[in-house]
Design a protein around this ligand. Sequence first.
Ligand code: NAP
Length: 292
Amino acid sequence: MRLLDGKETSQQLRNEIAEEVEKFVAKDNRPPHLAAILVGNNGASVTYINAKIKACEEVGFASTLIRLSDTISQAELINEVKKLNADESIDGFIVQLPLPDQIREDKVIMAIDPKKDVDGFHPQNLGRMALNMHAFVPATPAGIVELLDRYNIETGGKHCVVLGRSHIVGLPMSILMSRNAYPGNSTVTICHSHTRNLPDIVRSADIIIAAVGRPKFVTGDMVKDGVVVVDVGITRVVDTSKKSGYRLVGDVDFDTVSPKAAFITPVPGGVGPMTIASLLKNTMIAARRRGV
Ligand code: NAP
């Protein structure tokens, strides 16, 4: 078994981006600038946003965090989005999800200028991605593809089982793995809560991408020898032995699955760090397209 080390790989990617920023700024360009909107005080969202802002600083990007009350209306939030669309000093921005119940996420995402949509959630980006055109690919799937690529994982002709069909992970992941590209060219099965015989399907997988948000959902008896496993899941589970009071648990039972796997991502230290690095990569791309 070999670890697909997202921490180390994402550091390489960040170093490459930092070098690119230096060259970009040396040509009299202002540094790439990422803005993030955070609505409310959801603990996990605050942690993710802080990690993204810190990552920006480390590679030499400018960053702006806009914090808004969780009582904000949909119209007010969309107004904030429109301001960022019009602000020429900002190359790309994200609206951290989830949003409070009074706001429809799809309405907010539709208001984002696709050219600044570095999270790749706008239907225009998703559609372009599906058609193999230039697009912002959502950061988590983009990070997974980057990880598979950097470890030279063979994907062509393989059976890839994607667990979960969310708009931000499972759905784009299934499209990427079935594209005529590398990584890609896999035969993809996408599973969700209505799937019958899920363990049998998972057992036939050469590559498993698990994004269901259920701790230790995939167990050793559900996988075949030599499988490649990408664990996207992050669930906070109460753990009084930790200072924070919780620990992060993936969708894959690492202890029983890893002995059978050829490659597997750890949680934490797998997909999570790749997601942040991919967001930086998308922002770098947005900055390069400035004025185009
Ligand atoms: P989500 O929107 O809740 O989607 C979960 C998907 O799993 C849905 O498609 C759901 O099916 C399916 N599912 C749930 N229970 C199932 C079951 N018992 N059997 C089969 N399918 C089941 O979640 P998400 O946003 O995609 O996130 C998934 C996990 O990845 C979460 O733990 C999240 O925290 C994590 N995540 C990690 C990163 C990272 O950077 N590492 C980024 C994003 C998300 P239905 O569609 O039928 O409801």
